[in-house]
Design a protein around this ligand. Structure first.
Ligand SMILES: *Cc1c(COP(=O)(O)O)cnc(C)c1O
Length: 391
């Protein structure tokens, strides 16, 4: 049997409730389900996150339309959905018809937006992205009147409903100076936007939003009308620094519960004699006779090759070292310390086993990356089982 994931609905609900508690009743809580729900599996987590979120954020038109399809098939109420990624004309038309809002982040929107006029689509709700310091998508404040003229030319085909920005440096620091300077620029940019909207007889933008998980946790001023919670909805801290700052800002540390557990049954267990090498490149040599389990999981499944000779898995609550290189479809682990010389084991690659746990942060540390990349790269082909109370 191949490796498989267990996804905990109750943990998803708990994590969103943590944010509700933190931001209070005047701020809404939206969740981000891009990247196949941070690798957890969009279709698996959507029913639960849909149930507990005020807004859903996606990157593609297909994801947004899949949310509308879920609402139709399940009878769930229609939630606001915002597409934060780039779109072409025919997608804009489909989204306008589906009542999905989109982000306008560059001048190309004017040309793509002509499709809305040509199709006589219903008004498309747009949120204007301001680049306040990330130098990724968004308009630079100071240029809005000129930049947004092509948007205005689309007339009633667009409804400017919101304004947003995204922080560059909230996760890697405990001092939020750069984020505060971005917030100042955002306030000026939003005022500039409203002044321009008034000058062209359009109503002011109704919604302002800036905070992803880290800012929502550590920078109360950034919360505004709604927070866009990604990584922490899945039970992970954006960084160590965020965790430390959250404790300082709130005087206590809310508990985030990891949603994903990744387990793998062994394909075989055997004892190799002293002096044996393990895996490609013969990078591990067994000094003594060693009981090893071969696990049918590898870098194809998203278990990073950088974990070679570095990570451990859990078997019966005990740490078992990864021996030698992680291969495309195999990992060999040392099960010598597992009692009773079992001939079959189930290894926990990520998650809890007894009193022990391997976190996405542990894997990220060994693999020289961040927890976001660890979970997002877990194979979409792996079997997923959702546990916990149904929505
Ligand atoms: C991905 C993303 C988020 C969520 O970020 P997390 O750090 O995962 O909470 C929020 N806003 C935008 C624009 C994003 O691209």
């Amino acid at each position: 049997m191949a490796s498989h994931l267990t996804l905990d609905r109750d943990a998803l609900r708990h994590n969103v409730a943590v944010f509700r508690d933190l931001v209070g009743p005047s701020c809404r809580v939206g969740t981000v389900v891009k990247g196949d729900a941070y690798g957890h599996g969009f279709v698996h987590v959507l029913p639960t996150l849909h149930d507990v979120s005020d807004v859903l954020y996606v990157v593609t038109a297909a994801e947004a339309l899949a949310i509308r399809a879920h609402e139709r098939s399940s009878g769930a109420p229609r939630r606001p959905v915002l597409v934060i990624g780039p779109l072409v004309g025919e997608e804009l038309v489909a989204l306008a018809r589906a009542g999905v809002a989109v982000v306008v982040a560059d001048a190309g929107f004017g040309a793509e937006g002509r499709a809305l006029v040509d199709a006589a689509a219903p008004p498309l709700e747009v949120h204007v992205h301001l680049d306040t310091g990330l130098s990724r998508e968004g308009f630079l404040p100071g240029t809005l009147a000129a930049s947004l003229a092509p948007l205005h030319a689309l007339g009633d085909a667009v409804d400017v409903a919101g304004v947003l920005t995204h922080f560059a440096d909230t996760e890697d620091v405990t001092e939020q100076d750069f984020a505060l300077s971005q917030l100042d620029r955002f306030d000026r940019g939003a005022a500039e936007l409203d002044a321009w909207l008034a000058s062209v007889d359009r109503p002011a933008a109704r919604q302002r939003h800036t905070a992803a998980s880290a800012a929502a946790l550590v920078l109360p001023r950034s919360r505004l009308d709604v927070v866009r919670v990604g990584i922490s909805a899945y039970g992970m801290w954006p960084s160590r620094e965020t965790r430390l700052s959250t404790r300082l800002v709130h005087g206590a540390l809310p508990e985030l519960r990891p949603v994903m557990t990744w387990r793998c049954p062994s394909m075989l267990v055997k004892t190799v004699p002293a002096g044996s090498y393990v895996g490609y490149g013969c990078t591990h040599r067994c000094d003594d006779a060693t009981r090893v389990a071969v696990l049918p999981v590898g870098y194809h499944d998203g278990y990073p090759r950088l974990l070679s000779n570095r990570a451990h898995v859990l078997v019966d609550g005990r740490r078992c070292a990864v021996l030698g290189r992680v291969m495309m479809n195999h990992v060999v682990v040392d099960v010598s310390r597992v009692p009773d010389d079992p001939d079959h084991v189930v290894a926990t690659l990520l998650g809890e086993d007894g009193d022990a746990r391997v976190t996405a942060d542990d894997l990220a540390g060994w693999a020289q990356t961040i927890n976001y990349e660890i979970v997002t790269r877990v194979g979409a082909h792996l079997r997923r089982e959702v546990v916990g109370a149904a929505p």
